[in-house]
Design a protein around this ligand. Structure first.
Ligand code: NAG
Ligand code: NAG
Length: 323
């Protein structure tokens, strides 16, 4: 529970005046309320993994704590934190009975130490020789992640480039994959078929599941990341990419609107292949763009999404509660 560990480091949190509750993957009140009248802070941290059916899931996830809030805390100065503005909007939409509560935003942080401690390895066994422009998609093999958008963008890109440039382009589709999950298995087959039908076989590598070291190596070597899902609640991949100085092309909805600085650390695009391919083309026409945006991306993560930023922000909410 890294989150709690971070919180432990903040001396104020365990003051006498309130208790901290975190919800991690299920509604687990971590500390029970000892006395009434204490301030209560909820951090509704959504694990992206569980957000398939957004509204119903949200309701299920929060039913118990929400009931609890309504039952015990009416009239108390509660603070509800969520992981993005986007989630805050969904929260308000979903829990109409709590319309008097405006959730505050506490962005998740990236544990940068785990990235700093890895020495990237060569990708020779994943990428054919002679490739210069490496595009990377990192997402589970699920239909809602819209991986087909990356493949269709590649088809568009082929039409925009000289054959010499095109020959140096390669896409790696890397994603969590569990052979016991039917959707993963089916979707992988669908994507493979699409690659064959579009004659992209030599230009795409599928990687099913990968180690952290592989992920970091991929991020280290690639030109840009293609982040294709719409309406992601937050999305940690763009942070990981930006920290590794890799620009991100993402869909212009959900969490990426908050994590990516458009035209500075990447591009936010309509979820269509034409816009995605136009954005990719910029990196090919102007190779220095990757480095410039990469530096800006790392700076952005350090400033807004580091463990220090998280602690500082949480500290601010806590002190606000205590006033
Ligand atoms: C961050 O990652 C490092 C290295 O992987 C690990 O030792 C450390 O416990 C992590 N920190 C948190 C807060 O999870
Ligand atoms: C997924 O991508 C396709 C284009 O490949 C697009 O038409 C569709 O709107 C996208 N879906 C979502 C939910 O954004």
């Amino acid at each position: 529970m890294p989150l709690l560990k971070l919180v432990h480091d903040s001396p104020l949190v365990f003051g006498e005046k309130f208790k901290l509750f975190t919800l991690v993957s299920a509604c687990i009140p971590v500390f029970r309320l000892a006395r009434r009248r204490k301030k209560i802070l909820f951090y509704c941290h959504f694990p992206d993994l569980l957000l398939t059916k957004r509204e119903s899931f949200l309701k299920r996830l929060y039913r118990a704590p929400i009931d609890w809030i309504e039952e015990y805390t009416t009239g108390m100065a509660d603070c509800i934190l969520v992981n993005s503005q986007f989630t805050a909007a969904v929260f308000k939409e979903t829990f109409k009975s709590l319309s008097h509560i405006d959730p505050d935003v506490l962005y998740p942080s990236l544990n940068v130490t785990s990235f700093d401690s890895v020495v990237p390895e060569k990708l020779d066994d994943l990428v054919p020789k002679g490739k210069k422009f490496l595009l990377l998609s990192i997402n589970r093999y699920e239909r809602k992640k819209n991986l087909t958008l990356a493949l269709e963008a590649l088809v568009q890109l082929r039409g925009r480039l000289t054959s010499q440039d095109w020959e140096r382009v390669h896409l790696i589709v890397a994603g969590g994959y569990d052979e016991r999950v039917l959707e993963n298995v089916e979707h992988y087959q669908e994507l493979k078929k699409m690659v064959q039908q579009s004659n992209l076989g030599q230009y795409v590598t599928f990687l099913r599941s990968f180690s952290d070291k592989q992920k970091i190596s991929l991020l280290h070597s690639c030109t840009c990341v293609l982040y294709t899902p719409s309406n992601e609640h937050f999305g940690i991949v763009p942070l990981e990419a930006m920290y590794m100085q890799c620009p991100v092309i993402a869909v212009n909805s959900g969490g990426p609107l908050e994590s990516i600085d458009h035209s500075v650390t990447g591009f936010l695009c309509e979820p269509d292949p034409v816009h995605f391919s136009e954005a990719i083309e910029k990196f090919i026409r102007e190779p220095s763009l990757k480095a410039t945006m990469g530096l800006a991306g790392r700076a952005r993560v350090k400033e807004k999404f580091s463990p220090e930023a998280f602690t500082e922000q949480l500290y601010r909410y806590v002190t606000k509660l205590l006033v």
